[in-house]
Write a new protein. Structure first.
Length: 152
């Protein structure tokens, strides 16, 4: 029989399952971010304990590998000090005439809709080091961001 008509099994036609990608760079976290990661690891371990479905077990183990790695590599950053925007700072700024407030946090803690922005996001990178009154270039526009307040 030709190899073209041979089928080894159903598994060969399934989509491959890849590891969850780890963001590049250091794994900086706030105290809150570290607690969220620890809670995720604990929840996944609890879910695994009662499972018998192999597919679900594989999925949860993959997720657990990701969160275990994130927990092991986490670098808790001290609260920001000084007047300049740093990791953990809460910043109020005007962008294109609209005021916004964001807090710069770790990749796994980020939730832009809740005002938690990853420190690796382009907007965060533009804000890092800025102080109240600074005009910053962003999105190809000169002075697009005006920093209004920086807090811890």
């Amino acid at each position: 029989m030709s190899v073209a008509f041979r089928r080894e099994g159903d598994d060969e036609h399934l989509e491959p399952k890849f590891e969850l990608p780890i963001p590049a760079g250091p794994n900086l976290v706030t105290e809150r971010g570290l607690a969220l990661i620890a809670a995720r690891v604990e929840a996944l371990e609890a879910q695994l304990a009662g499972l018998s479905d192999e597919t679900e077990i594989k999925r949860l183990k993959r997720d657990l590998r990701y969160w275990g790695t994130r927990q092991a590599t986490a670098q808790v950053m001290p609260p920001p000090e000084g007047a300049a925007v740093a990791f953990g700072s809460t910043v109020t700024f005007s962008l294109n005439g609209k005021d916004r407030t964001v807090t710069l946090v770790g990749d796994d803690e980020a939730d832009p809709a809740a005002g938690l922005l990853s420190f690796t996001a382009p907007l965060s990178r533009a804000l890092l080091g800025a102080e109240v009154g600074d005009e910053l270039d962003f999105g190809g526009k000169d002075g697009a961001i005006h920093v209004l307040h920086v807090g811890a």
